[in-house]
Design a protein around this ligand. Structure first.
Ligand SMILES: Cc1cc2nc3c(=O)[nH]c(=O)nc-3n(C[C@H](O)[C@H](O)[C@H](O)COP(=O)(O)O)c2cc1C
Length: 245
């Protein structure tokens, strides 16, 4: 029988603490173009991996593993996977959109000194299936929570992170020796950067822009939207204004 140990800490964040977390959220960027070759110390890597490991998970399942990749020959093999997957992805677009696609930098596998692969083990027994009976995909959602924790912690450490999904997952698993039943959820390029862009690179390059939040808020039911009420909710947000965006 596991003894219940419930401890609490002060529930309040100081104003500076609160600003810090919003700053990490608003200033986090997906980075592909601005990596420096400066080494990432193991202790810093340890801190961001521990942030990932403190993510919420369904039933406390903790379905994740983290592969830390520094070896250049491994990164070269992944980069080749990216190049062929990206050629296939590009073929979907035509005309001006294809021209724009071809100008996008969509991975920094070789430029970033560290790459990380975060996997999900669907059969991990921890948590005894609690919370997964109705939706088995919750193990994947949990793993994505770990990725986001890592991404925010990395920003606070001045480390850039770029998520590369343009990869053939089966080839990725073969290169990294990931056991067949596991899913590689995220492949991340990590390193110090020359700059963090103030807005998403895809926005800067004219590919896509941020949707208005007020169009995405519903009240009580899907078909009950009220843009004026939604606008009133978000117009007072100071945290974003204070960082100039
Ligand atoms: C699941 C996922 C997969 C992504 N895959 C790629 C990718 O393959 N290449 C890339 O350049 N960016 C990728 N991104 C980054 C997005 O393009 C980026 O998050 C988005 O443009 C918003 O920019 P921001 O993260 O800087 O706010 C991915 C992001 C997510 C969440």
């Amino acid at each position: 029988m596991i003894q219940a140990k419930v401890r609490t800490k002060s529930s309040s964040f100081s104003p500076a603490d609160r600003r810090g977390i919003y700053r990490a959220i608003y200033e986090r960027r997906d980075v592909r173009s601005h990596f420096l070759s400066a080494p990432v110390p193991e202790a810093v890597l340890g801190r961001i991996l521990d942030a990932a490991h403190h993510a919420p998970s369904v039933g406390f399942m903790q379905p994740w593993d983290f592969i830390v990749i520094r070896d250049e020959s491994v990164r070269r093999a992944i980069h080749a996977n990216f190049e062929s997957s990206n050629r296939r992805a590009a073929a979907v677009y035509e005309g001006e959109q294809r021209k724009l696609y071809d100008t996008l930098k969509l991975a920094g596998i070789l430029e970033a000194p560290v790459n990380l692969c975060i996997t999900c083990d669907h059969k991990r027994p921890k948590g005894s299936g609690l919370g997964r009976q109705s939706d088995s995909a919750t193990d994947l959602y949990s793993t994505v929570c770990a990725v986001q924790n890592l991404w925010l912690a990395a920003r606070a450490e001045s480390l850039g992170v770029g998520w590369v999904s343009i990869l053939d997952p089966e080839k990725l698993k073969a290169i990294l020796g990931v056991p067949a039943p596991l899913t590689p959820v995220a492949y991340l390029c990590v390193g110090y950067v020359s700059e963090f862009l103030t807005s998403p690179e895809l926005e800067e390059k004219g590919w896509e822009c941020r949707e208005s939040l007020t169009k995405l808020i519903h009240f009580d039911r899907w078909d009950a939207q009220d843009e004026r009420r939604a606008a009133a909710m978000v117009e007072t947000i100071e945290e974003r204004k204070s960082i100039g965006r």
